[in-house]
Design a protein around this ligand. Sequence first.
Ligand SMILES: Nc1nc2c(c(=O)[nH]1)N[C@H]1C(S)=C(S)[C@@H](COP(=O)(O)O)O[C@H]1N2
Ligand SMILES: [Mo]
Length: 429
Amino acid sequence: MDSKQSPRRRFLKNASVMAGLAVGATRSAGGQSLKSETSEARPKDLHAYGERSRFEKSSRIGSLGLWPPAAGPTRDYGFRTPLQNSVGIITPASLHFVLNHGQEPPDIDPRQHRLLIHGMVDRPLIFSLEDLQRLPSVSRLHFLECHGNSAMSAPNRALRIAETATVQDTHGLTSCSEWTGVLLSVLLREAGVQKGASWLLAEGADEVKHTKSIPLDKATDDVLLAYGQNGEALRPDQGYPLRLVVPGWQGISNVKWLRRIKLVDQPYMAMMETTRYPSLRPDGKSRWFESEHGPKSVITRPSGGQTLPGSGFYEITGLAWSGGGSVRRVEVSTDGGRTWKDAQLQDPIARKAHTRFRMDWNWNGTEAVLQSRCTDDQREVQPTLAELAKIWGVNMDYFQLAGTVDMGNFNAIHSWKVNRDGSIRNVPV
Ligand SMILES: Nc1nc2c(c(=O)[nH]1)N[C@H]1C(S)=C(S)[C@@H](COP(=O)(O)O)O[C@H]1N2
Ligand SMILES: [Mo]
């Protein structure tokens, strides 16, 4: 043991060793001496990188799905954000939802990482992280949402129709961060996009080489090469050291561990955008490249699984967002959509970001059905389930399809039922 350490420091060191449950278990099984153990375990400075209070337990949960869907060991497909405990609009990086298709994030040394831009460009370019961080940066609030969030299709279906589902179960595949990085348009100008190029192909450095086609007009509009999230480097699960942020578009476009961008003249129909992710219509046709999220909202408190201790005053609060722009209006109903009242929108209201809404409510102790409805600045209104069926050109039976049908970009109004005893239940569709 290092004799130069203060007694207090030594105490912390031993305390952290005791706290390490798994490590401790191996230790006693292996019967190693205390000396070699403590010299292996690095002392933990509790102030160097802060941790939350031990009384705070809010955490991500694995979603039901398995990847690969059919065979092999079962690994969590993704992890959901505990929206029921969220306050404000920023999701802490440690609670941001994760969708890695069951992979552990690659362990990338940022000094070794390179981004290649090639294909239909005048000057193919290679950037290191340091190169990118020399370029003009922007910081923007944007939500991400997996397009399977809150849909009734597998792997969400069982959760989605359970009366006991929480808002983490039904809507936990969306989160919102402040992303910092370089606009992709800056790099494309440097590389010189050739005439005839109309799409780009973005590729990640993960095992499955997640690849997505993105049309050039979106790429040069507001797409970000992000290296920062909420004031620090991206987390490995969010794409460390570099990811695409494609504001307002399906999560799948936001390629993590980004290593290659190729300018091309057509979409490439890569595996992830064809076999895995098309949304299937009843006529057997797929809806490819319907990428933008429509207006959507959900009440996060009170919400499924919570209990109101008695009648009286409560704040109804939740999140609203739209891939089309900013949230202009959120209405709340406490009677299952018969009457609506305008909720207050809290600042900041950013484009393609979660927006917090709130409303005062006096619960009189009778049954209530809580709903929220978002209108964006394109005047698009979040639909009821029946309206969504009309928009999609399907009948209501379509929503009962189980199995592998992927009905992405589901943005219908969500209902929470408040029972007389104060318990709150998900309303199955
Ligand atoms: N390289 C890579 N990028 C990826 C994925 C992936 O598996 N590999 N998953 C995509 C999907 S489907 C979603 S919804 C978002 C999720 O981003 P997050 O994990 O940071 O929440 O990342 C996208 N980018
Ligand atoms: Mo996704």
